[in-house]
Ligand binder design. Sequence first.
Ligand code: HEM
Length: 368
Amino acid sequence: MSAILAIKARNNQNLLIALKDISSTIVDINATLQRMHEKCDPYVFYWMVRPYLNGWENEDRLPRGLIYEGVDGNDENGNPIYRKYIGASAGQSALIQALDIALNIEHYPTGVKPKINGHCFMKNYTSENSCLRFESKFNNNNNNHHNNNNNNNNNNNNNNTTQQYSSDENSIKLQQPYLYKIRQNMSGRHRKFLEDLAKVANIRNYIISQTSYDSSITTYSPDEDMEMLQGTNEIVQAYNECLNQMKNFRSKHLQIVSVYIVIQARRNNGNSHSNSMYYSQINKDEITSTQEVTSTKEVTSTKEVTSTKEVTSTKEITNTTNTTNTTKVKTTTNKSIEIKGTGGTNLIPFLKQMRDETMAQEIQNHFE
Ligand code: HEM
């Protein structure tokens, strides 16, 4: 909020301070995220806790959802009313969404790749102005986009192919459906806060408007010009550092997902309880083997993460068919299992795209 207030007052000095504050806060968040393994065992999490976090919006075994007896009653035909809910996730914390919104990081349905014009010289910096062009190699049938504040119930686009959006590029505002759906799990006031924030968040466009400062049409002296540019440059760097720390958050989060979900699912595939997220009996041998996975090393060291990378690389994780909406993780035994997020996302492509979209908003630096 201080950054937005600084912009309102056109106080670049305060904006710089606010941006530095934001990036150092994200550094703290990232350090806290790294501590996940201290008290949370991947085996226990995946096999014993996670089934209870799962939603049933896209659950094959509950195609109509669940009846909440004594809550909804019946519809006009006397049939019971079913409810469907997306699963629980830390993504429902307003924290990361608030940072995305404030920093004007845009997210799109999985598989949609807008081209960002790296450096937009814009005089007018309302949040409606977006420097996006969309790749034209799309498949025309999928209309998963939805407008701002539209909490529609479309399924996520879980297939890994690029989609087609034929409508006017400037008028379409594509949004990542999961981020809107998960807002249903937030408290109402948090959701409202995000909606209000989106109306005033203009940090990126304001900074871009500052970089379009044209010395040929000002009355400032060359020294003042240079000072102005350097000031802007510092702000650009501070903004980019915020993005960089958000990207670090998402990279670390991907590593956690690999250790807590992908490796767990993979190492148990082929056992009698393979393909089941609902295995709840403790097998002594597996607990022992889990301890190998839980080691601090596995979560934090870069070497170990490289091996995790092997699991998460797009080569290893492929959509075995383009028609299904699920990711298949190929295992060493060549058997495959489905891995979805509790929110029903095709999790690795989804999370990787979220990470990549973060840096896509980087602003070009005058002095680089
Ligand atoms: C055992 C630990 C965790 C696991 C296994 C995990 C797993 C996941 C998965 C699979 C998703 C994809 C959405 C879906 O569920 O379909 C997701 C999304 C997300 N998670 Fe986590 N998560 C963990 C911890 C955390 C923590 C501590 C945070 C901190 C706030 C966090 C923040 C997010 C956010 C913000 C998203 C939305 C995607 C994004 O903005 O990049 N997660 N998580």
